[in-house]
Design a protein around this ligand. Structure first.
Ligand code: C2E
Ligand code: CA
Ligand code: CA
Length: 690
């Protein structure tokens, strides 16, 4: 046998190349597994090429490390063939580990095929030397080399399969696996070499015609390192990009989620909004339909919220809404939907075991909200009116349920607020009625159906008459005479109140002019203003035009605005009120005591008169709380040098008591009911002559 020897530096180098090739292959497997379509095919082809080239060049470096005492060479065709075998085996291996599953049977088959591939690459590489006589292989070592090839392939496949997807420590594990694989590949090669024996007198048939070893060596090493390096760099760059794309995709998903949330929730209370409510309601209907079950839809509207908002500003109002939402949440179960429709309206969807449950929960809600709230150091009181509609009794579809719960809520309001009301079929008739009334009201001005009644104002305790308050009436074609409580809210909601208000002002001034002409020169007329009229910047101009039209001195007109209206937009109100006061018109603060005036603000108002709300007067007995309130209001008015009027005086006792407390003027059924103008003048004349 020819004696052989190894160059140890090259042996070590071959090991390094094997490890590097393995690492690249494992890395590529990861890229293949996480990419798709064309990219996946590219990574598979690139990975197979890099790995095949790596294994193949490892073999040739190993061969360079090996020397025989005769010149050696390699047949180019067979050499190229061996490279093809290595690439094909690698491609197969990569494809295998990138499948979704790797059952044992497939792993074993894969190991056999890949092992055979590596072994045939090695032995065809050996055949490329075209030794004569042929190489003698020791059977046991030959078999061992094949076994190592198969075993190493199996281990490599299994590891690559497990490492397909990135994990936090994947680089470290992958490096370990690459070392194991590299050692296995090198081990196979050198076992195969140990199995080969070259008989004495052998010579290499490819030594002269084949590729010279030295040049081959340089070429192989340079190309291999270059390919592996490029493959790794591309892979690293790509995985970075993939990671960045993944981060972008997650933040995009988060942003989407956030947007969805914003679109479906109320910003203030974080409760579902109308959009989400509609969706949930549809779902509730479907579910109840399927299960033949019931649920309740509750419409909640706060009572007295507007007054709080007007008096304390939106910040306090907003905080109050947040607290109200929290109390509602505490009163219901987690699976119930609470939504805010905007303003002070909330809606609840409640699953019901039995219908009575709805009453119990509504009762609980009413009580919870009736407790005082403490907002920004103010103690505030609001209550809630609830309308309840039950599926399927009160509506088979969501729109009907909503409309009916809404109608029931208005009934709860009419029934005195701070309570709940179940929907009844008769309530819908009411909604229809309102619609009809609104249509009639639109026509009322043109048909001259509106008129004014006048209620006298007396100097306390019983006269003389100092003027009259003009109170609106409507002679409805079919209903007869109706009062403002029936249609004013409708007029406000529809905006008709602006036209109506202008008419009232004009008619009252016209009437006063007529009375002046009849000799009642010291009378003045009081006209009520609605919040909407007051919000119009043109109001001072309208008032001044009207006065001029009728030749009435401004001091003969009193404008009554409620305390709440004056408080609404305090600063804007001040500007308008100043303009009116500068004109010489009297300003009266109506329904005083029901709002939340601040004393400081009141001091700045250019008002001449306070009208104590008739609610206090009504309840007046000597030792009641109302007596204390009225006497406080009177004292306050006197300090601010305001004229104090008590309205709603119905009894002599009230008349006496209010006079004693210091009220300047009195108004009420006891002294005179609101009557048409003609009757008013008559009564006044007879009183004067009496
Ligand atoms: P208000 O300004 O507080 O007017 C006094 C109301 O109390 C009138 O009701 C009057 O009829 C009633 N009243 C007078 N004396 C007594 C009494 O001794 N006992 C009782 N229980 N009530 C008495 P009316 O005419 O139904 O008006 C209701 C409200 O409608 C008024 O309350 C006012 O806020 C509003 N209003 C009336 N006319 C107009 C108007 O022309 N424009 C605007 N914007 N609002 C008006
Ligand atoms: Ca009034
Ligand atoms: Ca009043």
């Amino acid at each position: 046998m020819l004696s052989n020897s190894y160059n140890h530096v090259l042996v070590l180098f071959s090991l390094l190349v094997a490890i590097l090739a393995s690492y690249t292959a494992l890395d590529m497997a990861g890229r293949v597994a996480t990419s798709q379509g064309k990219a996946k095919r590219c990574w598979l082809a690139g990975g197979a090429f890099a790995m095949g080239l790596g294994i193949w060049s490892m073999h040739f470096i190993g061969m360079l490390a090996f020397s025989l005492p005769i010149p050696l060479g390699y047949d180019p065709v067979i050499t190229f063939l061996s490279l093809l075998i290595a690439v094909a085996a690698s491609a197969f291996a990569l494809w295998l580990v990138c499948q979704n599953t790797l059952p044992w049977a497939r792993l074993i088959l894969g190991a056999l095929l890949m092992g055979a591939g590596i072994a045939s690459m090695h032995y065809s590489g050996m055949a490329a030397m075209r030794m004569l006589p042929g190489i003698h292989y020791i059977p046991s070592l030959f078999a061992l080399s094949i076994l190592i090839a198969v075993g190493a392939s199996g281990a490599a496949l299994w590891m690559a399969f497990r490492l397909r997807f990135g994990s936090p420590r994947v680089k470290l594990i992958r490096s370990g696996a690459a070392v194991v694989m590299g050692i296995a590949i090198v081990g196979m090669h050198y076992t195969g070499m140990a199995a080969s024996q070259f008989p004495l007198g052998s010579f290499c048939g490819a030594a002269n015609s084949g590729i010279a070893t030295n040049w081959l060596a340089l070429l192989v090493i340079v190309v291999t390192l270059a390919v592996l390096a490029i493959a790794l760099i591309v892979s690293v760059l790509d995985s970075r990009m993939a990671a960045r794309t993944a981060v972008l995709a997650t933040s995009l998903a988060e942003a989407n989620h956030e947007l969805m949330h914003l679109a479906l929730h109320d910003n203030l209370t974080k409760l579902p909004n109308r959009l989400l409510l509609e969706d949930r309601l549809e779902q509730a209907v479907h579910k109840a339909e399927r299960d033949h079950s019931r649920f309740a839809l509750m419409f909640m509207d706060l009572d007295g919220f507007k007054a709080v908002n007007d008096a304390f500003g939106h910040h306090v109002g907003d905080d109050l809404l947040i607290d109200v939402a929290a109390r509602i949440k505490q009163s219901v179960r987690a699976q119930d939907t609470i939504a805010r429709l905007g303003g002070d309206e909330f809606v609840l969807i409640l699953e019901l075991a039995k219908p009575q449950d709805a009453a119990a929960i509504a009762d609980k809600l009413v009580k919870a909200i009736d407790e005082p709230f403490s907002i920004q150091r103010h103690a505030l009181g609001v209550s809630v009116s609830i309308g309840i509609a039950i599926y399927p009794d009160d509506g088979a579809e969501s729109r009907e349920l909503m409309a009916n719960a809404d109608a029931a809520m208005y009934h709860a309001k009419d029934a005195g607020r701070n309570g709940y009301c179940f929907f009844k079929a008769s309530m819908n008739a009411n909604a229809q009625e309102q619609l009809q009334l609104l249509q009639d009201l639109r026509l009322a001005l043109g048909r001259n159906e509106l008129l004014l009644h006048y209620q006298p104002k007396f100097c306390a305790p019983h006269g003389p008459i100092i003027g009259a308050e003009a109170l609106l009436r409507w002679m409805h074609p079919s209903r007869g005479l109706i009062g403002p409580d029936t249609f004013l809210e409708l007029a406000e909601r529809s905006g008709l109140v602006l036209q109506i208000g202008e008419w009232v002002l004009d008619e009252a001034c016209r009437q006063m002019r007529a009375w002046h002409d009849q000799g009642h020169r010291d009378w003045s007329v009081a006209v009520n203003l609605s919040a909407q009229q007051f919000a119009h910047a043109s109001l001072p101009q309208t008032v001044s035009d009207t006065l001029k039209r009728h030749g009435l001195a401004p001091r003969h007109l009193t404008l009554e605005i409620t305390e709440t209206t004056a408080m609404r937009d305090a600063e804007a109100s001040l500007v308008i009120l100043r303009q009116l006061a500068d004109m010489g018109v009297n300003i009266s603060i109506d329904d005083f005591g029901t709002g939340y005036s601040s004393l400081l603000y009141l001091k700045r108002l250019p008002a001449n008169e306070l009208k104590i709300d008739r609610g206090f007067v009504n309840e007046l007995t000597h030792d009641s709380d109302d007596a204390a309130i009225v006497s406080a209001i009177v004292a306050l008015g006197q300090t601010l040098k305001l004229n104090i009027v008590a309205e709603g005086v119905e009894t002599q006792a009230q008349q006496e008591f209010l006079t004693r407390l210091g009220c300047d003027s009195l108004q009420g059924y006891l002294l005179g009911r609101p009557v048409p103008a003609a009757e008013f003048a008559q009564a006044a004349t007879s009183q004067a002559t009496a």
